[in-house]
Write a protein that binds this ligand. Structure first.
Ligand SMILES: [Zn+2]
Length: 421
């Protein structure tokens, strides 16, 4: 349901009504009607990006696109150009059939907050709202690519190896917007270029909703560890081979799925979980015993030791199943990132802002990755959460209440003001 150009009103870009309208308008940019599907660097993503660029320009921000495709909208009060920026932002790309608030909220509220602060005479730092490119791993299997590049955490060699499931290279998508992967270092920013970064996001959990708390302040963000498991069996006619003599790769895979689920249930109290998310069966014919299965596992935890332990338990269980069913297994660790501790000074500013604006708040950990966790490598960074209905995320049913969005915008504006004045 790709739609055409949208007329942008120049006035009141800072009020909550405009924010809600902008969220609705961005939700129109989708590859299909089953929720919102806006995978990175697809036509729908470009439509959303161009719309936000128009809003930035209408707001009087200068717009810069870096070598990974991050969009940086910058407002520079007179005489502050050489000062480090106070920045906010999030992402526009989605998972398949995702929700309309995930990522978009942080961008439109960030822009509204800057529009509110533009008229303040005591702002001493440039203000930036950043659209991080390719945050979701749905297309290229690597999460938070744009913020990784900004923090200098990804190399040209890594980027050159990245392809989507159709074999389209990330490098080709970057070339289409005029960048070469060898330029990637130009997207990285120095440690003194950002004074502070705050990302506003929906919670994607139920701590706030169940506790009737308006604002979540994140202490620690989990980072994903990803595995690819390949199970090898022997393909054969499904009506001939005796059951006990088969090397059925899918039967082994089923045991592995259950083992991952049961191990994850044991570790959940430590804040660590694991999920088998993708399964591919070969040759994939109705009358052939599966000869090979590829499966992908996503592990999340806010305690690194716990992630290491669950990883080892999964490896042990997989190895044991491989022996029991005579189906050799290969395990490839695709990525292993450490949980990130966010900046306590920023979090104290967030708490003070909530206090001043009479909004309830709580400190919590986030099992969900955010771009802020990469920016934390180069600047003091924080994540501000508002409730989402029933904790539903990565789903078309995702909802956030207008009064919570309004509170999030107010608190974000106050935090940026405290950092920038
Ligand atoms: Zn998000």
């Amino acid at each position: 349901m790709l739609k055409g150009a949208i007329t942008i009103q120049a006035n009141n870009l800072y009020d909550i009504k405009s924010v809600l309208t902008q969220i609705e308008q961005v939700s129109q940019f989708s590859q299909d009607n089953a929720g919102i599907t806006r995978l990175a660097f697809t036509p729908a993503d470009y439509q959303a990006r161009n719309y936000i660029i128009s809003l930035m320009q209408t707001s009087g921000l200068t717009v810069h696109i870096d070598a990974i495709g991050n969009i940086i909208g910058r407002f520079v009060p007179e005489g502050t150009d050489s000062s480090p920026a106070v920045a906010t932002g999030s992402h526009l790309d989605t998972v398949p059939s995702g929700g309309k608030y995930d990522g978009v909220l942080g961008i439109v509220c960030g822009l509204a907050a800057i529009n509110r602060l533009k008229s303040q005479s005591d702002i001493r730092h440039p203000l930036e709202v950043i659209v991080f490119a390719a945050k979701e791993s749905s297309r290229f299997n690597l999460p938070t690519i744009g913020s990784k590049a900004m923090a200098g955490l990804v190399t040209a060699a890594t980027l050159n190896a990245i392809k989507d499931q159709d074999g389209i290279a990330l490098a080709a998508e970057l070339a289409a917007i005029g960048f070469q992967t060898k330029q990637i270092s130009t997207a990285s920013r120095s440690k003194n270029s950002i004074k502070g970064f705050v990302e506003l996001h929906i919670e994607q959990g139920q701590v706030l909703e169940q506790g009737r708390i308006r604002i979540g302040i994140v202490d620690k963000v989990s980072a994903p560890t990803r595995l690819k498991i390949t199970v090898r069996g022997t393909a054969g006619h499904s009506s001939v081979a005796p059951i006990e003599e088969r090397q059925d790769a899918l039967v082994s895979a089923a045991m592995i799925i259950l083992a991952v689920r049961n191990i994850a249930a044991e570790y959940e109290y430590q804040g660590t979980v694991a999920t088998v998310t993708i399964l591919k069966t070969y040759p994939g014919s109705i009358n052939v015993i599966p000869g090979q299965v590829e499966m992908w596992v996503d592990i999340r935890g806010t305690e690194h030791e716990s992630v290491i332990e669950i990883l080892q338990e999964i490896k042990d269980a997989v190895s044991s199943i491989a022996d029991d069913y005579n189906t050799p297994v290969a395990i490839e660790v695709l990525s292993s990132e450490k949980p990130i501790l966010l900046d306590d000074t920023i979090n104290q500013i967030m708490e003070a802002a909530c206090c001043k604006l009479k909004q309830t708040s709580v400190r919590l950990d986030s099992r969900v990755s955010h771009d802020a966790m990469n920016i934390a490598h180069i600047a003091p960074a924080g994540v501000l959460l508002i409730p989402c209905k029933d904790g539903i995320s990565y789903n078309a049913c995702q909802e956030a209440a207008p009064e919570d969005i309004a509170a999030g915008l107010d608190v974000l504006t106050e935090i940026l003001y405290q950092l920038a004045k």
